[in-house]
Structures are given as C-alpha cells and as structure tokens.
Design a protein around this ligand. Structure first.
Ligand SMILES: C[S@@+](CC[C@H](N)C(=O)[O-])C[C@H]1O[C@@H](n2cnc3c(N)ncnc32)[C@H](O)[C@@H]1O
Length: 342
C-alpha cells in the first residue's frame, strides 16, 4: 500500500490480529509491505482495511531482532578464537544462510552443527547453513562452500519483491544484496524495448523486467546451471510474466558480436571485473537512443568514470552513475549508464 496509508494500516492489522509482528515491515519506494499471518482470511483483511488501497504480494521479510545474535548464543559454547573469526552478519538466500569467511574454514567446520543451530535459532526461516571461503571464484563467480548444518541442500527459491528466483548457491552466482539494484534497473525499461542481459546469472534483472514491462529480454550466461535456474524461475513466475525471455547458455561476446548493428535498446553488463573488455562488441549492438548499464569496480566514482569514458565512441555519453555495492575495504562496484546519441 502507499506509504501514506501505512501507519493506519499497521494499526488496523495489529488490532485485527492479522499482522505478523515477528517480521519487519518493508518500504519499497513510495509503497510499504506489511507481513501478514500465514492463515489470514481475505474477507477479514478486506474488512480490517476498509478505506485503504492495498494489494497482496509475496516477499521475503527480515525477522524482528530479538536482541540476541547467533554469536551471543555461541559465546562459551565454542572456543573464543573460533568465535572471533565469525562475522556478525551473514547472507540469507531463500532459506539458506551463508557465512562468508575470508580464509580457512577448518576450525569453524569443527563446530559446524553448533554454529548452524545457533544461527537457525535466531533466523527462524533458515533451514540450511553453509560457510563460504575466499569470496567468488572462477568464470562462473561461484562460492567455495562448506556445509555446516541443517538440511544438506544448496537449491532454494529466493524472493525479490514478490518475484521467485530459483537459485542453486553451489552452481550459480547469486547475491541477495543486489535486490534493489535489480528493481531499479527494471524500472528504467519501457514497454516494447529489446534488452540484452549479458551476464544474466540466474536472471534476476531479466525476471524483474519481464514481470514489470512488455519487453523482450535476451538473457545470456556462460554457466549452463545459471540458465537452468532462470528457466525454472520462468515457470515459477508464469502467471506474472508480461514480457518475453530468450535464455541463452553461452559466451556473451559470441552472442553480441553476431547480433544486428543497433539491435538493442538496452544492454545490462553485470560482470564488474571484466565488463569493460566486452564494451567494444556491445557498443555496436546498441541502437541510437539506447542505453548500456555497465558495472565497474573502482576506488572512486572519478576513477570509474574516466575508465568508462576512455572506452566510448564519439556520440556516446555517460548519462548516470551510481555506487551499488562495496567490493573490498576500499573498492566499490559502480553502475555507469551510457547512452548512444548518434
Ligand atoms: C556477477 S554475476 C552477475 C549475475 C546477475 N546479473 C545477477 O545480478 O545476479 C556474473 C555472471 O557472468 C557470467 N559470465 C562470466 N563470463 C561470461 C561470459 N564470457 N559470457 C557470459 N556470461 C559470463 C557468470 O557465469 C556469472 O553468472
């Protein structure tokens, strides 16, 4: 519902015992998502919210903190030197938690079940716990995973703004911190556009776009397992698809170099370590008036802008730039938006 109605709605839903107070209310631009109890009756909802405009959607919600962290629970149960190696935060992808370690997991693995139980004790939606060591690796940008406890599986369904994403955390890249970025880029797409999502992964940009716009998206990824996840997600979201997807397991440069000159209105290049290497091919494939969203790593916006500027043809202009994520202590991932004017 609209944010201006949220306070009243929260009060009405609480009085009517319809709101799930264990989950955190979420703001999405001008709208607010209020988690409900699992067994609410739609008629009761209608009565409680009379006079308020609302709609039902599915989403992931954070749990309201009980004040205790998984590290609090572990204190005294595992040696202090192991505890101090564990980060306070962890990623949650669907119902799987991933604790990220910079290096060496042997000491942590020794206490795997105890650590997993503590984590599942504070994050009740979590069913499996893994540790990832050394960040993302290889061409497919995969985590090096070790099982800690809970259900031994790496497949799940993650939700972003109501969109269901099939993810296999062992076989394909996925970063839950990019949810807002996926949505933001999809908002820029207009009906009728032809879009290339060149390093699509499991397809979050693509899925946000085709559930929002009547656009056609070519989603390309070199990792066949990532494309398999995307195909499964298309089935999971069948009822909300309004656009069209062509999913391609293959190399982005092979794909983009054979498409017609000026074929695409928009190209998304989310491979921050290497995207600029692909720009020579991509430039040719963008229509006049079309936009490239290229993700680049750098220490500052100035550094990144100058790198991108150095790659552009006359008639191509940078029309926007945003810092998207932290990459390492002094490096960030930026999105730079480039328009072809001529
Ligand atoms: C950083 S991930 C981005 C995934 C996705 N865009 C997202 O937001 O979740 C980069 C992806 O690029 C893929 N990739 C790497 N090299 C590639 C290439 N030459 N052609 C196509 N895909 C490639 C990897 O398999 C990986 O899934």
């Amino acid at each position: 519902m609209h944010r201006l109605d949220a306070e009243k709605a929260i009060r009405l839903l609480t009085v009517g015992n319809l709101r799930n107070a264990k989950l955190r209310v979420k703001r999405v631009q001008d709208y607010v998502l209020i988690p409900l109890n699992i067994d609410v009756n739609i008629d009761d909802l209608g009565k409680a919210l009379e006079g308020v405009q609302w709609a039902i959607c599915e989403d992931n919600f954070e749990e309201v903190s009980t004040g205790r962290t998984y590290k609090d629970i572990l204190r005294g149960r595992i040696p202090e030197h192991v505890l101090s190696r564990l980060p306070s935060s962890f990623d949650v992808i669907g119902d799987i938690a991933v604790i990220n370690l910079k290096e060496g997991a042997n000491d942590v693995l020794k206490y795997g079940v105890v650590i997993a139980d503590a984590l599942m004790g504070v994050a009740r939606n979590v069913k499996s716990v893994y540790v990832s060591v050394g960040g993302l690796q290889g061409e497919f940008r995969l985590r090096a995973l070790h099982y800690l406890g809970g259900e031994r599986r790496t497949k799940c369904v993650h939700k972003e703004y109501g969109i269901k994403l099939r993810v296999d955390i062992a076989k394909a890249y996925f970063n839950p911190s990019l949810a807002e970025e996926h949505r933001r880029v999809a908002e820029l797409v207009k009906d009728g556009e032809l879009v290339a999502d060149l390093f699509a992964g499991v397809g979050p940009f693509t899925l946000h776009i085709v559930t929002k716009r009547r656009a056609k998206v070519f989603a390309v990824d070199i990792n066949p397992d990532a494309i398999k996840c995307l195909l499964e997600s298309l089935k999971l979201n069948r009822s909300r698809l309004i656009g069209e997807v062509v999913a391609i397991a293959g190399d982005a440069s092979s794909f983009i170099s054979v498409v017609r000159r000026g074929a695409f209105n928009r190209v998304i290049m989310n491979l921050p370590r290497k995207a600029l290497d692909f720009l020579p091919y991509v430039k040719e494939a963008v229509a006049v008036g079309g936009v490239i969203h290229v993700y680049v790593i750098g220490e500052s916006l100035e550094e990144v802008l100058s790198k991108v500027r150095g790659e552009l043809d006359p008639g191509m202009h940078i029309v926007g730039a945003t810092r998207v994520l932290d990459y390492s202590p002094r490096k960030y991932i930026f999105r730079v938006d480039v328009r072809r004017a001529a």
